[in-house]
Design a binder for this molecule. Structure first.
Ligand code: PLP
Length: 421
């Protein structure tokens, strides 16, 4: 089926006029280039700032000056329970129940904390299965966890690579590798959406297969959260973690998030590192010996909420709530298809789109692999006020995000490519 798209500015602007999410663009601050908003396609790397963040941050500073320690209970959003602000809205973003999610720490930290619970190698079962070429932080996390338990990463980590001649890892190859590893497998831990290719994996099927051989399944959702609708609870995922500064627009180093399925989160016998904020709220201030985990994912918290680091998250999740995950996804599928349509019209530049063509195998991002001249093209884009992302050695990643990108943005990108001699 070929979409009835047109490669013209007029057509793109018409699409924007009928887009119900178009007004959300007005709620974000865009970097400037020659006095105009840039065309911003890096929402997969660092999302833009919601305009409301400045005001909300000032409010928090004012509450601090006004109340001092009493702000824990008297601030507009009391700091004592600040982390509870996010549960309802996060459940809709990741498809979870309230007790299964928590906003805390940052991504790699959460990955480590959750692996301490879910990577407990014993006897013959000590292997981790991951995708080759995972984001470096994930590779380092797994390498060092494996070493901590006294294993050799070369032996204990199974990496799934794309078939020769392909850039993508087939879900079936992951499934088969899980079955093959069988009783040696302790944990499957992959990125829900691959950061480089933009490929979205079949998390439900992978999870089911992992469970069938007695392994846990956990996911790094850095590039999936806020990008695609997820159903972590229904898919029976054991645990997941994510950052909030990419699609979730919660600012550099913004607070991360974690999901722990209720069957684990409510099991006090499952090991987790303790801190007072993860302790049962009723006995938290009794200052007694003996860690009593509260229910759910919140029991993995260590410290009291980093309020200033959560303000942008609060602002951004409001916009997700208002826009709706389904509406965002509907627009995203179409917006990315439009970009793909335009890119397929560019025949004079040597690139291919390595992101899967099937809409249900990708989110917003498209990755363009250049055989040559990639850097030159990237520089032309930058000169024209188009912010894309350059990945060595030869990939330009662009993410038309449904929250604030427009059809006109896509057309401007196409125009810029066409201008490259
Ligand atoms: C962005 C990203 C990270 C970054 O980790 P931080 O701990 O937030 O710095 C890690 N893993 C993946 C897959 C990412 O995409």
């Amino acid at each position: 089926m070929s979409a009835p798209f047109e490669a013209s500015l007029h057509y793109a602007q018409e699409q924007d006029q009928t887009d119900i999410l178009f007004p959300f663009r007005e709620r974000f601050l865009f970097p400037q280039h020659n006095g105009e908003d840039v065309v911003y396609f890096c929402g997969n790397s660092l999302g833009l700032q919601p305009k409301s963040v400045g005001y909300l941050m000032e409010k928090e500073l004012r509450d601090w000056s006004r109340y001092g320690v009493e702000g824990h209970f008297r601030a507009g959003n009391p700091w004592f329970s600040y982390h509870h602000l996010f549960e309802d809205r996060l459940t809709k973003v990741v498809g979870a129940q309230k007790e299964e999610v928590v906003a805390m720490n940052t991504l790699t930290v959460n990955l480590h904390l959750l692996m301490l619970s879910f990577y407990r190698p014993q006897g013959k079962r000590y292997k981790i299965l991951m995708e080759a070429g995972a984001f470096p932080s994930d590779q380092y996390a797994m390498e060092t966890q494996v070493r901590m338990h006294g294993y050799d990463p070369e032996d204990a980590i199974i990496e799934i690579t794309p078939k020769a001649g392909s850039h993508l890892i087939e879900d079936i190859d992951i499934i088969n590798a899980i079955k093959e590893a069988d009783g040696a497998l302790a944990l499957v831990l992959i990125g829900g959406v691959n950061y480089y290719t933009g490929q979205f994996f079949d998390l439900e099927n992978i999870t089911r297969t992992a469970h069938s051989v007695g392994a846990y399944a956990g996911y790094d959702l850095a590039h999936a959260v806020g990008n695609l609708p997820l159903s972590l609870h229904d898919w029976n995922v054991d645990f997941a973690c994510w950052c909030s500064y990419k699609y979730l627009n919660s600012g550099p180093g913004g607070v991360g998030g974690a999901f722990v399925h209720e069957r684990h989160g409510n099991d006090p016998k499952l090991f987790r590192l303790g801190g007072w904020w993860g302790n049962d709220e009723k006995s938290r201030f009794k200052m007694q010996k003996g860690f009593v985990p509260q229910k759910g994912a919140a029991s993995w918290q260590m410290s009291n909420a980093p309020v200033f680091n959560m303000v942008a998250h609060n602002a951004s999740l409001d916009l997700y709530e208002k826009a709706g995950m389904k509406e965002l996804r509907d627009k995203s599928v179409r917006l990315t298809a439009y970009m793909e349509f335009l890119l397929n019209k560019v025949s004079h530049l040597p690139f291919e789109i390595i992101t899967p063509a099937e809409p249900n195998k990708r989110g917003a991002q498209l990755s363009l692999l250049f055989t040559e001249r990639g850097k030159q093209v990237f520089e032309v884009l930058t000169e024209r006020g188009i912010i894309a992302d350059w990945r060595e050695p030869n990939v330009i990643r662009i993410a038309p995000v449904p929250m604030y990108n427009s059809y006109e943005d896509c057309f401007r990108f196409y125009e810029a490519l066409m201008s490259v001699e």
